[in-house]
Design a protein around this ligand. Sequence first.
Ligand SMILES: *Cc1c(COP(=O)(O)O)cnc(C)c1O
Length: 464
Amino acid sequence: MNASLSTRELQALDSAHFIHPFTDTKALAAKGARIISKAEGIWITDREGHRILDGMSGLWCVNVGYGRTELADAAHRQMAELPYYNSFFQTTTEPSILLAAKLAELSPGFSRVFFSGSGSEGNDTVLRLVRHYWSVMGQPKRSTIISRWNAYHGSTVAGASLGGMKYMHEQGGLPIPGIAHIDQPYWVEHGHGMDREAFGKLAASWLEDKILELGPENVGAFIGEPVQGAGGVIIPPASYWTEIERICRKYDILIVADEVICGFGRLGSWWGSQRMGFKPDLMTFAKGVTSGYFPLGGVMVGDRVGEAIVEKGGEFEHGYTYSGHPVACAVALANLDIIEREGLVQRVAEVTGPRLRKGFAALADHPLVAEPEALGFVAGLVLAKEKGGPADGPGFVPFAPELGVGMVCRQHCFDNGLVMRAVGDRMIVAPPLCMTEDEVDELLRRIRYCLDRTYEDVRARGWC
Ligand SMILES: *Cc1c(COP(=O)(O)O)cnc(C)c1O
């Protein structure tokens, strides 16, 4: 369509007119955005023809990989038949009914779903559902939701408030009232010298402390990602979630799992909460439900909340124009069909996930790498200045944060055909679940190569 425009011309239009999300648009303008023009399987291609291995599945969403014509066909068929209709006024559509039933079937005992257009909207719905539920139950004071620092729950006002990104809170006077945060279960930051499982229990005990500080009669829910994604792939010790569950049950507090990344196979189970061994009352989903081919999100509603609000709640004064969008739902159904038919969840659990984990563990011998870890198809490592350090420290000496070593590494990855994300000095991947074993090996080869380039660069700069 725009073959007549050069990449430079497109970049100039981009800089002039397009405010990018989570971007310093002025700084980007000086450099020019990379224009991705096509993709196939696990590979994206930019307009200059560079092929790049997408180690992040887009933004943690392209679980079945790119180029699935089945999904395009499902969208095309549905658009031709019924491109849109709402579900507000005692109407509904076939794909949204079938998807609701399919999600219930795939979930651990959740009968109902509320649809949104994204994960952020899903978490806005969570906030509304939690408060509506407690109000229906005659305990309207239970309006506070406890979350964690460095959690990511989206970028709308409720999503960003529930999230624990302080730099997001600083722009715009967040969080909104009625949200409290506790520290994250990140052993590297908080668990120095401690046994990991003991640390998991300690991190969970911070929830009990906060509940007692606020008064249990004021707390409605606890929300958490089974494994934190955007915060840097923070994999909690196995003891953490079971202890969190025990504490929430003790004080009768709802558990919300934000499954936007972990849902649909990412951890080698349909839901991340299953992998972490706890049973939530609500689960937010988005991203992998359509593999990113079409925007869709929502909340799985367990029977405790579902029965109360449906049987006793009257009208739920909440919804979105695109709740249950028929094209989104048709794409989701086709996507879930691929995940089931190709056994992607099981492959990640039994074949490709363990291979990624083994490969990550082997990166520990690299001079820059500390704490490499993986679970299912998420993995992370820390870029460290030096190994070792004091016995009560994290087991390595970090770089000064202002050096931005993570960003240096991310650039070497981009320049060498690999998308890897930097969260501070943590480098993370979340590759498409459709990867073959050879593709996992190729990912690992590229990671090591880019770490080598980063190491040379960092030494040349005299940083280590
Ligand atoms: C991406 C993400 C969200 C927000 O989803 P959007 O579709 O970007 O609004 C919420 N929670 C988690 C855990 C996420 O990773």
